[in-house]
Ligand binder design. Structure first.
Ligand SMILES: [Mg+2]
Length: 367
């Protein structure tokens, strides 16, 4: 069943991709968010020309061939664009078989434990603790992640003393029986990361994400060696070679590929298998409520080496204005701290037609 048409509907922040086959069958996916207008350009110029005319039902090798045809362009943008093709084809195949993607991947739909993930650093420790307690009590979350240090901060804090305050304030407010995670987003030197890590351990935090610049696997490994808690990372890494290096260096206890940054489900599965070979779990990165978290839900519930929970962004319109109104059904309901994977075919979401009407449209078709 040949691919005859590839379309995008987007804004500068996010773009959906639609694949159509010679039979008229369709599937919906998404290219990676952020600078999605640039990614759409890559999609139509470097992905679509190779994908049109290829088989929509057996496409793992098509993705590999695109990489080979575009071998002068390693790295992020090609992957971000490839994610649109991969995720649209998974949806299409789910719809063709009448199954949710999670079933195509060997799992079952239903409930999935989520952790509430804060994206904010400009929030005071007291306010962060208060909204976490509210989410714990109202939505039943049993795990939370908050931010320490400054993003790529060269050992600086968002403001002096914030990290020393936010660690105990949030940990104490949440209390026992709640899993506690923090993310440093590449802030620290190993020396500083180890000091912060000891503070984290003293307050029962079990997950220390991206303590050092993420590309410095030796620095991250030094922190992992010095601490008992889980050192985690990998959200930006999109090349198999960098993943291999990270695993060979023993840099992390948990790997965190992002389905969209990686280039879709097939390539993320490859990384999950690499992690499984060295006995590591996968807790994917999924930092907004575009399609990425839906795709991650289907993947995570099917992975034999899945981590303990789904990353679930708690940010709304003030932080992510561009993720509002994307879906017609409500795929992101949380009950008792769990998200629910739909049993509907494909991704089980309906993209809001009003949003699509307002989006910038572009199409690539077979000759
Ligand atoms: Mg992170």
């Amino acid at each position: 069943m040949k691919i005859t048409r590839l379309e995008t509907f987007g804004t500068a922040d996010l773009a959906f991709a639609r694949v159509t086959t010679e039979t008229g069958a369709q599937g919906w996916g998404q290219v990676s968010s952020y600078l999605a207008d640039i990614t759409v350009e890559v999609f139509h110029r470097q992905i679509a020309p190779h994908a049109l005319g290829t088989d929509a039902t057996d496409f793992a090798d098509t993705l590999a061939l695109i990489q080979e045809r575009e071998h002068k362009f390693p790295g992020s943008y090609l992957r971000r664009a490839m994610a649109g093709l991969d995720t649209a084809l998974w949806d299409l195949n789910g719809k063709l078989q009448g199954k949710p993607v999670v079933e195509l991947l060997g799992g079952t739909p239903g409930k999935l434990r989520a952790y509430a993930s804060s994206m904010k650093r400009d929030i005071t420790p007291v306010d962060e603790a208060a909204r976490f307690v509210r989410l714990r009590d109202e939505q039943g979350f049993t795990a939370f992640k908050w931010r320490v240090g400054r993003e790529c901060g060269r050992d600086l804090d968002e403001w002096p003393g914030r990290t020393e305050e936010v660690i105990p304030t949030v940990a104490k407010a949440l209390g026992d029986g709640i899993d506690k995670l923090v993310d440093a987003n590449s802030c620290y030197s190993p020396t500083r990361a180890i000091k912060v890590g000891q503070m984290l351990e003293d307050h029962g935090i079990g997950h220390f994400e991206e303590p050092c610049p993420y590309w410095d696997y030796d620095a991250t490994a030094e922190v992992r060696d010095a601490l008992a808690l889980d050192v985690t990372g990998g959200e930006q890494d999109c090349e198999y070679s960098s993943w291999q290096l990270m695993l060979d260096r023993g840099a992390v206890d948990i790997v965190q590929p992002d389905v969209m940054y990686m280039g879709g489900i097939h390539r993320t599965l490859h990384v999950a298998r690499m992690a499984a070979r060295v006995g590591l779990p996968v807790t994917p990165h999924a930092a907004n409520l575009g399609l990425v978290t839906i795709c991650t839900m289907h993947l995570l519930k099917a992975l034999p080496n899945a981590g303990k929970y789904l990353e679930f962004s708690i940010e709304g319109a003030d932080y992510y204005p561009w993720q509002q109104g994307l879906f017609r059904n409500d795929p992101y309901r949380i009950e008792d701290g769990h998200a629910t994977i739909s049993a509907e075919p494909g991704w089980g979401v309906e993209i809001n037609p009003d949003w699509l009407d307002r989006a910038t449209y572009r199409a690539s078709s077979a000759e």
